[in-house]
Design a binder for this molecule. Sequence first.
Ligand code: PEP
Ligand code: MG
Length: 404
Amino acid sequence: MAGVATEEGGADGHTAIMLRALGIPTVLGAMGLTAHMRAGGLAVIDGSAGLVILDPTPATVIQARRGVLAFARRRQRWGRLRRLPAVTLCGTPVELQANLEIPAELPLIAQSGAHGVGLLRSEFLFMNRDELPDEDAQAEIYTTAVEAMAGDPVTIRVLDWGGEKEIEALSSAGAVPDAADSNPALGMRGIRMLLRYPALLETQLAAILRSATAGPVRVMLPMVTNVAEVLQARAIYHRVADRLRSRGMKLPEVLPPLGVMIEVPAAALCADALARVADFFAIGSNDLTMYTLAADRAESSATDIYNSLHPAVLRLVRMTVIEANRAGISVSVCGEMAAHARNIPLLLGLGLRSFSIVATAVPRVKQAVRTANIAECDAFATEIMAQSDPDAVTRLITAHHARL
Ligand code: PEP
Ligand code: MG
C-alpha cells in the first residue's frame, strides 16, 4: 500500500496507530478531501507534515520524491543507533520499549533497538474472527512474543474492548451482548467490561501466566477508574494462578506485576490511591487526552481541540509521575505523545524515564534522549508547566526542538 488519506479519523485513533505500526504514510482527518480528489488522480501524502497534495505539479512530485529519499537516509542513520544505549548526555538511563499491535511487528521491534514490549495491545487476538481464542491459543501467542524479546520484559494488556474498538467475535460468540451504549467511549469499556464478564479475563490471565515461564511478563489493566476495579482484578488474578498451580502448572514463585493504565482523568487524580494497589503505572496519553478534553481521538471535527500537550493533560501526567515516585512504583508513557521526539525533553523534565512507542519511532526518540540533559529538561518543563494556553506550549516545544 502506497499511502492512506481519509476525511475521517484522528492522528491518535486506532486506525492511525495501526497504519503507523505498518509504516504506511498516513494522513487522517483531511477535511474536504473527497470533494476535491478525482478518480485516477495523483496525490502526495506526507504523513510527517500531515499534508495531502492533490494533483501535484511535476515539481512537487520531484520534491516529494526527494523527501522520501531524505527520510530513507535519516532512517539509515537512525538505524546505527540501534546498539547504542538510551542514556541522556548527563548519564541518566531511559527505558525505551515498543508497542505491539499485531505479531507481524515482532521482527521490527527486535530490530528497532527497543528493550522489550511496553504495551502489547491484545485486541488483535479477538479481531476478524468468528470464535474467541481459547487459553491454549492465547498462551501460544503470548509465549511467542515473550520468547522473541529474549529476556526483555513484555507488558501484556488485557483486552481493551469497547469505545472505538469494536470486536465482532465477542458479541457473535455470545461472550458479551451487543454493546448498547449510546456513547460507547463512556460506557462498557476495558476493565469495566472484563469485570462484568470475568470468564474472558480469567482465560486471558491464565494464558498470560502460562507465558510467564518463557520470560519476564507484566500484566496491565486498561481503562481503570476505581481502586475497587484493581482489587477485584487482582483477586481474580490470584484465583486463576491457584487454579493453574492445582492443575500442576509451574508458575513463577512471585506472580508477574499487575499494573494499571492511567488513561481516565479520575485515575490520574486518584493516582495516590491507585499506586497503593498497583505494581506499576503506564500513562495512556491517547485516551487521557480524549477524556480530559472531551475531544474524540478518532473524530476529525475535534482534531483542533484534541491535543496531548494541553496544560490540563500535562498536569495530570505530572500528578501521576509524582504519585508513582512517591509510592516507589515504575511509571511509563505508552501513548502517542511519547513517540514524538520533540516531546521527549518535556517528558524527561516531568520525571518520566520510560517510554513505550511504535517500533519505527524508537531510533528518533533514542536520539532525542541521547541529546537531552536532565537539568535543562527540568527547567524546560518548569517553563511549560507555567503555561495555560495549549498553543503557547506548542510554540515553546517547536522553538526548543528547532534549537536542538
Ligand atoms: C492510550 O490510550 O494512550 C493507549 C496507549 O491505549 P490505546 O491507544 O490502545 O487506547
Ligand atoms: Mg487507551
